[in-house]
Design a protein around this ligand. Structure first.
Ligand code: NAI
Ligand code: MG
Length: 361
């Protein structure tokens, strides 16, 4: 049977960029004989409008069964006043939590044609292709105790950085597995100089490496030094693995090395399912962009590249993923630009569908 894909376009520009991905999926069936069983469902504000909840239980159950989930974006001003428990974001958070997606892959890849968009000098970023693996389900965002407590006659805000050995072990493994599909090189970042969790992190990552991945080149770096090195000479890295908090900061930093939000894909992976594939959710980094929604202006490339990641990491179609990435690279080199990619030189921007046409062609 065909591999299964659950598509959740969501809100705002989500459905607009996903429409282009649907065309590309159709192309793979027609031209390459690669077929997917695609189901489409609701998430976010549109799910709230329809069901009174940002993620229906039936949709959650489907997400647990399929080989991969592809999500557009959720949210918008219409839903800002809703109660926290039914906000569109809660739909996405529930997916991540119940699928236990502990490994968040954020590539920072610089297409040469867009190197001028980087916040760094062109020669520092041209050809850059690195991947940050961020632990997504634990660490200081979840650790207990947390809260604002009374202490004497003032208040104290407390969060706890907490990592178990097994939590470090599983994200380290996912980084090493990834490195084997890339250039066999991992840099692990923590602050073992000042944090107990950092000491344990370094120890466990080293142990997983020595026992099961001795073929991968492993280095360790303090996360603050890592931030400096990422802006000084990012091409020294290939895969970076780090915790939830440092990964949040470092992946946003790395994103700006490459330019527009409309270009950035992501994957969130969990434990292997019975068929050996990891639980997986693919989504662009950007949100629902209410300022341009409904105008056909959105750049579909982040969503298209998210599907390319699905081809590579869920469907063992690395060559087909590369084909799609090459198509994107080529249209950009040929000058294809949506509005977000227009520089000072001006010109008429392409619509979402025209960019989709160019990639398909
Ligand atoms: P955003 O990513 O939606 O937009 C930020 C800026 O980037 C806007 O000017 C937008 O027009 C532009 N932009 C984003 N994606 C683009 C694309 N594909 N092509 C061209 N331009 C693009 O972030 P913002 O404005 O902070 O949030 C808007 C809504 O999206 C909020 O409701 C927020 O909660 C939600 N959001 C959802 C996320 C998700 O679904 N994963 C992530 C981030 C925000
Ligand atoms: Mg962030």
């Amino acid at each position: 049977s065909n591999p299964s894909l659950l598509i959740l376009p969501g809100d705002g520009i989500g459905p607009e960029v996903m429409a282009e991905v649907r065309r590309i999926i159709g192309w793979y069936g027609d031209k390459r004989g690669i077929h997917f069983d695609v189901t489409e469902d609701l998430v976010g504000g549109i799910a709230y409008d329809t069901h009174g909840t940002p993620l229906h239980d039936d949709t959650m159950a489907k997400a647990q069964e399929v080989d991969a989930v592809l999500l557009g974006a959720v949210g918008g001003p219409k839903y800002d006043a809703l109660d926290f428990s039914v906000k569109p974001e809660r739909g996405l958070l529930r997916l991540r939590k119940e699928m236990d997606l502990f490994s968040n892959l954020r590539p920072a890849q610089c297409f040469d044609a867009l190197a001028d968009f980087s916040s760094l000098k062109k020669d520092i970023v041209a050809g850059l292709d690195i991947m940050i693996v961020r632990e997504l389900t634990s660490g200081v965002y979840f650790g207990e105790p947390r809260g604002i407590f009374k202490e004497g006659n003032e208040r104290v805000g407390i969060n706890t950085q907490r990592y178990t050995e097994s939590e470090i072990d599983r994200v380290a493994r996912s980084a090493f597995e990834l490195a084997r599909k890339r250039n066999n090189k991992v840099c692990s970042m923590e602050k073992a100089n000042v944090m107990e969790s950092g000491i344990l992190w370094r120890e466990v990552v080293q142990k997983v490496h020595d026992e099961d991945y001795p073929d991968v080149e492993l280095s360790h770096m303090y996360a603050d030094a890592g931030a400096m090195q990422l802006t000084r000479w990012p091409k020294q890295f290939d895969v970076i693995v780090t915790d939830n908090l440092f990964g949040d900061l470092l992946s946003d930093l790395a994103a700006m090395l490459t330019g527009s939000l409309g270009m950035l894909p992501s994957a969130s992976l969990g434990a292997p399912m019975a068929n050996g594939r990891p639980k997986a959710l693919y989504e662009p980094v950007h949100g629902s962009a209410p300022d341009i929604a409904g105008q056909g202006k959105a750049n579909p490339i982040a969503c298209i590249l998210s599907f390319a990641m699905a081809l590579r990491y869920s469907f063992d179609q690395g060559d087909e993923a590369a084909r799609l990435e090459t198509a994107v690279e080529k249209v950009l080199a040929d000058g294809a630009r949506t509005a977000d990619l227009m520089g000072a030189e001006g010109g008429t921007p392409m619509s979402t569908a025209e960019m989709g046409d160019a990639v398909l062609a």
